[in-house]
Ligand binder design. Structure first.
Ligand SMILES: [Fe+2]
Length: 368
């Protein structure tokens, strides 16, 4: 029982707490937050020290093909989602956020819709060459793309396209950001004195691509490929358990290993499911108010929500998932965890409860 009812009206109130056990939130160092769960040793993903891994610096942009008949609807949606059109040709559109990436979303204009892969920026030309050899694929110059650069597209063992880019000129850091940090008053700390909160409704401006994920069939095959060829390291692994108690891994959230440098808890994930497809791509927005204003902006325009807002457990992000007009899922997120080489890798059971701390119940469409 969560409530302690005083037995006498004269009973003193406790001085070290409250009679009701309330909800609470704390910021906890990762090793303490993970002390009750299994930790996974690096031997799980360090296969051969003699293999030179292709060094990824970060995830840069998503690539999709959309049917030309639906391209105007897609543009309207992505503008309402908080991106802007950076460049348009007859064959493609590049959508940008307000971060240093020239673009965060590339839409090829074609016949049928198709997932064309997430794109990883690599550290050097040699890394790009190694990726092209791995896939026996050509390196092409991104002549039309803002910022230029070169790209090669490789297929993973289940046939998903994976893109690597090098040499694109970053966008100069914008001098003015669309959103600024609010002063927030809580019950004890009230830094905002004599000043008011004022807002302008509109789309939640997209800062950058944060992560994307796939639903796959063969966990071990994919896990080995992604972690042996690239500096991708799991932050968290989820397992399923059969009747005999045998555990088998079914999902992984992976970060780009940059040593001591702190990076996003996951830039990529995959999860075993009945159908193989891109699950979603996720874009960072400014804060909780901008995310909520963005949510109601999309709702008022009649777009289809998937799930959110809520807070994820693994990675801690506050999430908000939507369908684009062509049936690809996209997410706005804020407040994700950062990890580095000293952060343990956790392993715990898969299940709805591992998905969110608070939210509406997860809809079946999210799990397909
Ligand atoms: Fe996500």
């Amino acid at each position: 029982m969560d409530y302690q009812i005083p037995t006498s009206s004269t009973q003193d109130r406790p001085t070290d707490g409250h009679n009701v056990i309330p909800n609470s939130g704390r910021t906890v160092p990762a090793p303490i937050a993970m002390e009750d769960i299994e930790h996974v040793a690096p031997t799980r993903w360090s296969y051969s020290p003699s293999v030179t891994k292709i060094k990824i610096t970060k995830v840069s942009h998503m690539r999709y093909r959309h049917p030309s008949s639906g391209i105007d609807d897609l543009i309207t949606f992505l503008l309402d989602f908080g991106m802007e059109v950076v460049k348009r040709t007859e064959k493609a559109i590049w959508f940008g956020g307000y971060g240093i990436d020239q673009y965060v979303y590339y839409a090829e204009i074609g016949e049928e819709k198709e997932f064309l892969g997430g794109s990883w920026e690599v550290e050097s030309w040699e890394d790009l060459e190694r990726a092209s050899k791995l896939g026996n694929s050509q390196i092409i110059e991104l002549k039309d793309a803002p910022g230029g650069g070169h790209l090669t597209t490789v297929r993973d063992p289940e046939g998903f396209p994976v893109n690597f880019v090098y040499g694109a000129t970053p966008r100069p850091q914008p001098t003015k950001q669309p959103a600024e940090a609010l002063q927030v008053n809580d019950e004890f700390s009230k830094p905002r004195k004599g000043a008011f909160q004022r807002f302008q409704p509109g789309p939640a401006a997209v800062h950058k691509l944060g992560h994307f994920g796939l639903t796959i069939h063969d966990f071990e095959l994919q896990f080995q490929w992604y972690t042996s060829h690239f500096n991708l390291v799991p932050s968290d692994i989820l397992y399923a358990q059969d009747d005999s108690g045998q555990k088998s891994d079914v999902a992984a959230f992976l970060h780009v290993d940059r040593g001591k440098e702190y990076v996003d808890h996951h830039s990529f994930f995959f999860s075993v499911a009945a159908a193989q497809h891109v699950h979603h791509s996720s874009f960072e927005v400014h804060d909780y108010d901008s995310q909520n204003m963005g949510h109601y902006w999309l709702k008022q325009k009649g777009y289809k929500p998937v799930w959110g807002l809520g807070r994820h457990k693994l990675g801690s992000q506050i999430f908000d998932y939507w369908w684009d007009p062509n049936g690809f899922m996209v997410e706005h997120y804020i407040d994700g965890d950062l990890v580095n080489e000293n952060t343990p890798t956790g392993r715990q059971p898969a299940g709805d409860e591992s998905l969110a701390v608070w939210s509406e119940p997860v809809p079946a469409t999210f799990l397909d």
